[in-house]
Design a protein around this ligand. Structure first.
Ligand code: CU
Length: 165
């Protein structure tokens, strides 16, 4: 019974120490930082988008207080790189505006200057459709809004009939 209570006490102590450690902003080993990126909207097309970047340590704890940068290059030569930066985050999630200036293959390097010093970096590949984001939204809208499309067709038919007379 004594051994059991000791076993319970040790994890509790670890939790308390971990909670206190946050205030000291202990240096995080950059090799232990996990960088995850989701792009909004999820349709990858020319135009404005947002990188939703999550920073976590090796235990899955959110990392706030970093400065996060995106540097995007196309796979071919002769394009101006696209850059973006933020130091605002919530629960380790950083939102970074990013503009895809051309369709094709992109390499985006996400760099995080960590709060305790050090830098984590990871490169992600994306393929961007040459059509604009707006045209994709419009296509989807028309498909979903079948009634509106039918109305347009009705109008066209009426006009055609009038012209014929
Ligand atoms: Cu290009």
């Amino acid at each position: 019974m004594k051994r059991l209570s000791l076993l319970l006490f040790i994890p509790l102590l670890v939790v308390i120490l971990a909670a206190c450690g946050g205030e000291n902003a202990e240096a995080i080993n950059p090799d232990d930082v996990r960088i995850a990126v989701v792009v909004e909207p999820d349709t990858l097309a020319v135009g404005e988008s947002t990188f939703v970047i999550t920073l976590q340590d090796k235990d899955g704890n959110a990392i706030d207080g970093a400065t996060v940068r995106a540097h995007g290059d196309m796979e071919h030569e002769g394009m101006a790189p696209v850059e973006s930066e933020t130091n605002e985050s919530e629960n380790g999630v950083y939102r970074l505006p990013f503009t895809w200036t051309m369709g094709g293959g992109w390499m985006v390097t996400i760099t995080a200057d960590l709060p305790g010093g050090g830098q984590a970096e990871q490169t992600f590949d994306f393929f961007i459709e040459a059509i604009s984001e707006d045209s994709i939204i419009n296509q989807t809208h028309n498909r979903d809004d079948a009634d509106a499309t039918e109305e347009v067709h009705d109008n066209i038919d009426m006009e055609a009939t009038e012209e014929a007379e």
